[in-house]
Every structure is written in C-alpha cells, then in structure tokens.
Design a protein around this ligand. Structure first.
Ligand code: GLN
Length: 321
C-alpha cells in the first residue's frame, strides 16, 4: 500500500479529534458491564486509534493509551490460531451463522445439538479453545494466544488483570454450562476447567486502543505479487475472519452495526471494539459503557461517524478516501 500522504493523515486526525469531542457531548455513556471487576471501571472514558498497514498507528484521540480488558475481542485471536492449526476441520465443530441471541446464550447450543452458531459467541469460542487445548494442552493454548499478540505488537509485553481473571472465574457458571452442553452432544473433548483457564486468560488481556489497532493489522496481511502457500492461507484466513466479524462480530447487534458502519468488527464487554477497513486500516476504539447487545455504546457511535467521514465502508463505491 502506498504511504499515506500528510494531508490524508491530517484529515484523519481532525476527524478523530472531532469525534472524541462529540463523544464527550453525547447524552449518555452507556451501562456498566455485569462483570463485577469490569463494572468498577470509570464509564467516562473514550479513546480511538487508527493504524495503517506498514505504518502502524497514524492517528489517535482521547484515552487511546489507556489499557482495557479486551474480553471477547480475543475470540478472533484463538480463532486465527485454531484455523491455522487445523484448517477447515474447524468447521465440523463450529458454524458460521449469526446468532440473533445474546452472546452467552445456551438456547442456540441446545437447539443446534451442541454445534455453536459461530466462533464469535461464547459457545463457539469455547469449542475453538477446546480444539487448541486438544492440540497444545491448557497452559500452552493460553501461551499461544499471548505470544501471538506480543509478536504482532513487536514484542510489547501484554498485561492481564488479576481482578478480571478472578471475577470471570467466579462468574463463569454460564460458560461452564455451555461447555457441558457441547460435551453432552459429543462436541467437546476436554475437561471444562482445562478450557476455562485459557478462555479466562485471553479475555483478561489488557491492551490500549493504540495496541489494538496495531494488532488488528494481522487482518490486513501483505499480498505479495507471488504469494507462497503460507501467504495464500494467511490471506484467506484473514478474509474469512473479516466475513465472520461483519456478520457475527457484534453479537445480536451485528446487523444493526453492519448497517450503520459497513465494517467488520469485533467487540468485547470491556468496551473495546476492533474494526477493520479491509486493505486500508485497523481501528481500535474503547469506551466502557455498553448498549443493550453488550457493545460499547460510544464505540459504535464513533465508528459510524468515522465510517461516514472517511467513506470507510466495504460497500463504498468510490473506495475509501
Ligand atoms: N468474559 C466474558 C464472558 O465470557 C466475555 C464476553 C464478552 O466480551 N462479550 O462472558
């Protein structure tokens, strides 16, 4: 990709500054998450950062350097690793359809006989991690996700919140139930506790908007003129993960979000959202207050405004400006 011109960067920085300002003037910061430790985070925070392939972060605004719990955004990381490790056999264990139900629903899993609707809801992510645990073991599965992140952040050391780990463990009954239901239908191989450990750890990972935007660049892999087999597989995986993010990444708010932004994205109940403008930009946004679907209220609003101002939608005719 050509280097961004200084004028384009300046326009982007202006857009982010305006949006950050507007977010402080909206009529509400959203609701605190249910999780005990996460609910203690001050809701009155907003940050956003944009990274370009080959360049890293080119613009940011607000609380863009403050670390937050990435929670379900981590589901795309374990998905990438499992997809890389076992290829299409993955889809025998988990589906690719939007859910339309809350992210931690047990109803879908019962209805579809232990086959989770997609890898970006809790049931699907737990089955994906079950696959990783079968391949690497419980500790190594957790380690693999962390190493993946640190590699893509050029060696930045990732931190974890002990409080969030503890409260996720204590509040993990529903996730444990999901694993037992999947196991009842023959779609779960390991002891639930062995899968819970890497799941809780990846959710409790803390990143800032800057780091999240840089990490998201793995979804915009370089496309060399003569890609080798590994390049081709990486490119295909990224396209598939982006497709899943567009249809399933924002839980039962996915349709509404796609309508408003036209961008693939993945949210977490820590208030973070990773959105990608395919081929162009990776965006990390964070504001801890949530909407009804469990997505960051201001994060969604900010991405809608950014997509409008920059013409950043996968459905834009002119292509991104
Ligand atoms: N730790 C959370 C859970 O399992 C993650 C869910 C989320 O971010 N939506 O409930």
């Amino acid at each position: 990709m050509a280097k961004t011109k200084r004028g384009e960067r300046a326009a982007l920085q202006r857009a982010l500054d305006e949006i950050a300002q507007e977010m402080h003037e909206t009529d509400g910061w959203g609701m605190p998450p249910e999780d005990e430790a996460l609910s203690r985070v001050d809701l009155h925070q907003f940050g956003i950062a944009v990274a370009f392939p080959g360049e890293g972060v080119v613009a940011s605004a607000g609380d863009a350097q403050v670390p937050f719990s990435i929670q379900s955004i981590s589901k795309i990381l374990s998905l990438e690793l499992a997809h890389e490790a076992i290829g299409d056999a993955l889809w025998k264990r988990v589906g690719r359809e939007p859910s339309g139900n809350p992210f931690d629903t047990v109803i879908d899993l019962e209805q579809y006989k232990g086959y989770p609707r997609n890898p970006l809801v809790n049931a699907g992510a737990l089955v994906v991690i079950d696959l990783l645990v079968s391949k690497y073991g419980s500790d190594e599965a957790a380690h693999a996700v962390r190493s993946f992140v640190e590699k893509h952040l050029d060696g930045d050391k990732v931190t974890f919140s002990d409080e969030v780990i503890e409260s996720s463990r204590q509040g993990g009954d529903q996730n444990t139930a999901l694993m037992h239901i999947a196991r009842h239908f023959g779609n779960f191989d390991n002891e639930p506790a062995k899968v819970m450990l890497p799941y809780v750890l990846q959710c409790a990972m803390e990143l800032s908007c800057h780091q999240l935007a840089r990490l998201g660049l793995f979804l915009i892999p370089p496309e060399p003129p003569k890609p080798d087999d590994a390049d081709q597989r990486r490119i295909k995986r990224a396209r598939r993960i982006l497709s899943l993010m567009l249809t399933c990444g924002m839980y039962d708010g996915s349709g509404e979000f796609a309508y408003r932004t036209g961008l693939p994205a993945k949210s977490g109940v820590g208030g973070g959202i990773l959105a990608v403008v395919p081929g162009t930009a990776s965006i990390g946004v964070w504001s801890p207050g949530l909407d009804e679907a469990g997505n960051s209220r201001l994060g969604v609003m900010a991405l809608e405004r950014l997509s409008d101002r920059m013409n950043w939608s996968v459905f834009a005719n002119r292509g991104p400006v």
